[in-house]
Write a protein that binds this ligand. Structure first.
Ligand SMILES: [Zn+2]
Ligand SMILES: [Zn+2]
Length: 300
């Protein structure tokens, strides 16, 4: 399974009850965290996220609204006596911040902590049921987006059909992998006659902070769900470009060009109390758009 829970959907500062960026992605193996803005651990408690299941934290960039909650969360993990390993991914400078804070406070972590510096695009995590790749986005400072893909699901053995053909169970692993069955006399029984398609492997892209950038299109092409920032409404396109951010319609244009399943927009400017107009504008370009609402889990 793949799902994303929004913990924070605002940009820059907390405002109107909205928090800085943080998301939890649920996979069949464990929980991933994308960005960890200030207040994330409060949100984790508010939305009853099982924090002990968070094994991987990915930080897109070093603007404070994307990682000021990280030290607090790591410190709480230490105080709670966490024992399972934790992996954090981010630009190389992030480890300097972490080390400085822990050195000055004489904090030592009781669990195995591994920092993975992100230096180039590509695969950064290969887990049992999914992979995570990173890709650069165009922002005022170095910034990375993340793409989670479930691994291809094996085909399902159709018990009635395999019994009707007297297929031995020892052949099942190969059938699940997609192979045809070959009888002793050389007759071939097509795989589709013996197995059924399993649930489709899903994908989710977190596009971080970014200016409108069409180089994202091939990267997130055909993803089932993407999150794209929409800091400003469509009328403020010029300001968005100046600040290396995007508008509602620009986010929707990327989703449309990439032919994705659905679009979530967030990272709303703290100047706006009401954000419904972001959704209305984006839907004019890409109807399957939703606001990334805090506390809501979007199944992928
Ligand atoms: Zn930001
Ligand atoms: Zn930023």
């Amino acid at each position: 399974m793949l799902a994303v829970t929004i913990l924070g959907n605002n940009s820059a500062i907390p405002a109107f009850g909205r928090h800085p960026t943080a998301q939890i992605v649920t996979t069949a193996d464990d929980l991933l965290m994308f960005d960890c803005g200030e207040g994330s651990q409060i949100q984790i408690l508010n939305y009853r996220i099982k924090r002990s299941r968070i094994n991987h934290i990915f930080i897109s960039h070093l603007h404070g609204d994307h990682y000021f909650g990280l030290i607090g969360l790591l410190n709480s993990f230490a105080l709670l006596g966490r024992i399972q390993p934790l992996h954090v991914y981010g630009t190389p400078a992030l480890i300097e911040v972490i080390n400085l804070q822990f050195r000055l406070s004489s904090t030592s972590l009781p669990f195995q902590f591994t920092f993975h510096p992100i230096e180039k695009a590509g695969l950064i995590l290969d887990a049992k049921s999914y992979t995570v790749e990173c890709f650069p986005t165009q922002h005022r400072i170095e910034c990375w987006g993340f793409l989670v893909r479930e691994k291809r699901q094996l085909r399902k053995i159709n018990i009635e059909k395999t019994a009707a053909h007297n297929i031995p169970t020892t052949a099942f692993p190969e059938l699940q992998a997609g192979a045809d069955f070959i009888e002793t006399d050389g007759t071939i029984i097509k795989n589709e006659l013996l197995t059924d398609e399993n649930v489709k492997a899903k994908s989710y892209a977190f596009c971080a902070d970014t200016i409108y950038d069409e180089t994202l299109v091939p990267i997130v092409q055909e993803a089932d769900l993407i999150y794209h920032e929409s800091t400003y409404p469509a009328a403020l396109a010029e300001k968005a470009t100046e600040r290396f951010h995007s508008t509602s319609k620009q986010a929707a244009t990327i989703a449309l060009k990439a032919n994705v399943g659905r679009l979530l927009i967030g990272h709303f400017s703290a100047k706006f109390e009401h954000v419904d107009q972001f959704e209305t504008e984006a839907r004019e370009v890409f109807p399957k758009t939703e606001l990334a609402r805090e506390g809501v889990t979007y199944l992928i």
